[in-house]
Design a protein around this ligand. Structure first.
Ligand code: FAD
Length: 106
């Protein structure tokens, strides 16, 4: 299996890209699909210690999927929680869409 770092980078790319392409006004069914996907993801993520902590995180800060911004910001906060745990810099969530959807201006 991929090492924890390679798996992590690829997975964050997938998850933030899902946020970037999620509708601005999702239907009720799109919202429940995304919420269910994230819950199953947190059980199946093949780094078991990571998955356990992520499931705990989802319990205290519930998945928000009401809109692209709502989910994008929630995911950014979840990623920052992992950054904090690993001693990595905290990402400015005001820039999540620039990083993952529209691209940096410079
Ligand atoms: P990554 O953290 O992989 O980030 C990739 C890119 O995303 C960054 O270069 C930056 O441009 C952008 N970014 C950074 N923060 C944010 C943010 N908050 N919002 C939006 N974009 C951002 N590793 C462990 O060792 N222990 C764990 O318990 C653990 N848990 C994890 C749980 C999950 C759900 C996932 C997906 C990964 C987990 N990882 C864990 C892996 C870890 O988060 C990193 O992916 C890995 O250490 C590689 O880090 P990196 O420095 O390349 O950047």
């Amino acid at each position: 299996p991929a090492d924890v770092e390679t798996l992590g980078r690829s997975t964050w790319t997938l998850l933030h890209t899902i946020a970037a392409t999620y509708p601005t006004t999702p239907t009720v069914s799109e919202q429940s699909d995304l919420t269910n996907f994230m819950k199953l993801f947190s059980k199946l993520y093949p780094c078991w210690v990571c998955a356990e902590d992520f499931q705990q995180y989802i319990k205290k800060d519930e998945i928000r999927a009401a809109s692209r911004q709502d989910f994008g910001l929630w995911l950014c906060g979840a990623h920052n929680e992992v950054n904090k745990k690993l001693g990595k810099p905290i990402f400015d969530c005001a820039k999540w869409e620039e990083r993952w959807r529209t691209g940096w201006k410079d």
